[in-house]
Design a protein around this ligand. Sequence first.
Ligand SMILES: [Cu+2]
Length: 260
Amino acid sequence: MVRKNVLGLALGVALVATAGQAQAHFGMVVPSTNVVTQESRNVEFNLSFSHPFEIIGMDLAKPEQFYVISNERRQDLAPFLKSATVMEHQAWQTLYRVTRPGVYHVVMEPTPYWEAAEDLSIVHYTKTIIAAYGADSGWDEAVGLPTEIIPLTRPFANYAGNSFSGQVLLGGRPVPGAEVEVEFYNQDGHLKAPSDYHVTQVVKADENGVFTFTCPRAGWWGFAALNEADYTLPDPSGTPKPVELGAVLWIYMDDYEQER
Ligand SMILES: [Cu+2]
C-alpha cells in the first residue's frame, strides 16, 4: 500500500508486524462467471493483487503475461488488458468472448512485486479455470508454471459446502507438506472475521502435496501455496533478495437455486 507520510509508513509496518499471517496477499484472477453459456459468452476478467477478505488492495503492475489455454491452444490476452481499479488500487481488466466449447485455464504471470515489509519480492502465478458450452475435460491438467495448484476436484460447478482438493507443484514436482493459505473473497464487504486468525485459513498438504479444504459458503475462494524461489531478485537498491513464489488458484462455490 502507498503510505502518505513517514508516520503512516511506521504505523503500516507495525500493523503488518503484529497482524502477521493475517495479512495474506493474493494474486487475483476473477472472471464474471466460470460456467459459460450462450447467455454469458462475454467473460470479464478482473486482475488484481489484494487482501481479498479484508478488501484491502495493492497496486498490481501490468502483468508480464496473461493468457488462456484451451484444447492445447494458447491465446495471449495481455495486449487487451485495460487499466482498472479494484479495491481502490491499480488493477487490470479485459473482456473475452468465448467462442468454442472447452475448459479454459486463465493464467496471470505477474511482474515481481517488491514487498518492503517482508524484505522480498513476490510473484504469484495466479489461475482460474472456466468451462464453456458443456465441455468438461482438461481441468486437471498442469499449465506448466514454475509453481501451480492442480485441481483434484473439478474446479467449477461446485456447491458451497463441498470440499476442494488440489495438488501443489513447484518446478513440476509435488511439494510434500506444502502450506496452503485459503481466503474468501469478501466481495460485498459484509463479512467480518471473529479474529485476525480467521481472515486467512491454513491447511497443510500431505506427502504428495495434496490438500483438501471445505468451503463453507458461496462465492470466490482463493488458495495460495507459497514457496521460496531458488533465485533472488534485486531490491530497489540493487541488493539480491529472496523471492516468494505463489501458486494461486481461484474457484467459485455456488448456492443451490430454488425451484420457483
Ligand atoms: Cu499486501
